[in-house]
Ligand binder design. Structure first.
Ligand code: PLP
Length: 453
């Protein structure tokens, strides 16, 4: 009974990121089933899932192999204490597999419950590492505005989306800092992409030197910023920031929670798309395609050598009840096996350019200001005037209005401010790209009509 579910939901389930102004006034959309790239609500209405759950259902829904791996592991060994000197087979196997897939010397894995806890762990791991090298004051962390790294106390503070920094919440500012967003579309008027890149790199260098290179522990960067607006940094940005961090002895962390596991056509984008080898890669989401909650902090031999030496002062006191959870790791292994067997990365490299090309056809609509992203991580930015890039007033809620029309017409896209995010399951076919872009066009047109009325 849908009314009864709505009542229970409304009275008892505080949703993540709840906006109380719009909280379930007319009942939330209840998703009840899914298959491939489609989800079905409780009334049986079908939607093409243009956001892959939340950038995570990479292999698509209803995959029997994953369900069976989960069920087998649940019967075999659902759980056991992972602390210190106990392990389980799927965790060991998955750690070795990640070490094989990750670039360079990233051969060690700390498992967590998701992306936030993986970033949180990375900060603690790096601070521990710096201290063990005798650099006790090297604790500061630099992130970017528009970056998103999670929603624990620490990672919520590392995230840099201005709209998410409510004055009614508290943020850690004594050792967490931000530099500018590498948003090419919103770069200063008249500045070339190259000059913009140099300005960003100079700003990062100035920030490190202002804090003192001997005090800065790490720089955190998503290869393509996700929730902050699918921002692909200017050409050369990754190499230059990587080089700078190496020069100033700052650990470079690539947060690949969204960009990893095929979304950009490779298991990891840092090396294979952007040509850099970070010291640490963070992943979650696509690691299990959302079938189980799991995150991982994959770190280098050099870090491991330092932290694994005998510690006369104590030990690395960090870990979760569910670190290396056997069922989640079994799901991760089955997910990777399926991705490799079906060459989903290859599929993304083949269909990704088509998705980009079709989304670009929307530029003839008078409110489409920008279409950007890479392969299966895309967004459309809607503006009041593409010539000046002027935004609609906040109260127009343009992204949400368009997403509501999409929902009515059978497509899920994610609204973030003026943007509509598109991050479909990696199994999306060309025909489904056409379906997605067709509905998005109709929805933008319907929204334009509403605004004129
Ligand atoms: N890092 C990035 C880049 C993300 O996009 C997200 C979630 O969207 C996170 C970290 C946090 O992951 P989780 O929500 O699994 O804690």
């Amino acid at each position: 009974d849908v009314q009864e579910i709505w009542r229970k939901d409304h009275d008892h389930f505080l949703h993540p990121w709840t906006h109380f102004d719009s909280f379930k006034k007319d009942g939330s959309l209840i998703m009840a089933a899914a298959e491939g790239a489609y989800v079905y609500d409780a009334s049986g209405k079908r939607y093409l899932d243009g956001i892959g759950g939340l950038w995570c259902v990479n292999i698509g829904y209803g995959r029997r192999e994953i369900a069976e791996a989960i069920s087998r592991q649940a019967l075999q060994l659902a759980y056991f204490n992972p602390f210190v000197d106990t392990t389980n087979i799927p965790a060991a196997e998955l750690a070795a597999k990640l070490a094989e897939l990750a670039p360079g010397s990233l051969n060690h894995v700390f498992f967590t419950c998701g992306g936030s806890t993986a970033n949180d762990t990375a900060v603690r791991l790096i601070q521990y590492y710096q201290s063990r090298r005798g650099k006790r004051d090297k604790v500061h962390v630099i992130c970017r505005r528009d970056g998103y790294h999670g929603s624990t106390y620490l990672t919520g503070s590392m995230s840099g989306k201005p709209a998410d920094r409510s004055p009614n919440l508290h943020f850690i500012t004594d050792f967490v800092h931000h530099v500018s967003s590498p948003n090419v579309y919103r770069r200063p008027e008249g500045m070339s992409e190259e000059a913009f890149c140099d300005q960003l790199v100079a700003e990062l260098e100035a920030k490190i030197l202002e804090l003192g290179a001997d005090k800065v522990a790490a720089f955190f960067a998503e290869p393509v910023l996700g929730a902050g607006g699918v921002i692909v940094p200017p050409k050369g940005y990754h190499q230059k920031t990587r080089e700078l961090c190496r020069k100033l002895d700052v650990i470079y962390v690539s947060d690949e929670v969204v960009t990893g596991f095929g979304r950009l056509g490779h298991f990891f984008a840092s090396k294979d798309v952007f040509g850099i080898e970070p010291d640490i890669i963070i992943c979650a989401k696509g690691l299990t395609s959302g079938y189980q909650p799991l995150g991982a902090c994959i770190y280098s031999d050099a870090i491991h050598e330092v932290i694994s030496a005998p510690d006369p002062d104590g030990w690395f006191t960090n870990g979760y009840t569910y670190s290396g959870h056997p069922i989640a790791c079994a799901a991760g292994l089955a997910n990777i096996e399926l991705m490799e067997r079906e060459d989903l990365c290859g599929h993304v490299r083949e269909v990704g350019p088509y998705l980009m090309q079709q989304l670009n056809t929307l530029r003839d609509l008078p409110i489409v200001g920008d279409v950007r992203g890479h392969h299966f991580m895309m967004c459309v930015e809607n503006v009041a005037d593409p010539a000046t890039k002027e935004l609609f007033p906040d109260e127009v809620n343009i992204g949400k209005r368009i997403a509501d029309h999409c929902e009515r017409l059978g497509l899920i896209v994610r609204p973030i401010g003026a943007l509509n995010i598109i991050s479909p399951p990696l199994v999306l076919t060309r025909a489904q790209v056409d379906e997605l872009v067709g509905i998005l066009r109709q929805s933008i047109e319907a929204t334009m009509k509403d605004l004129k009325a």
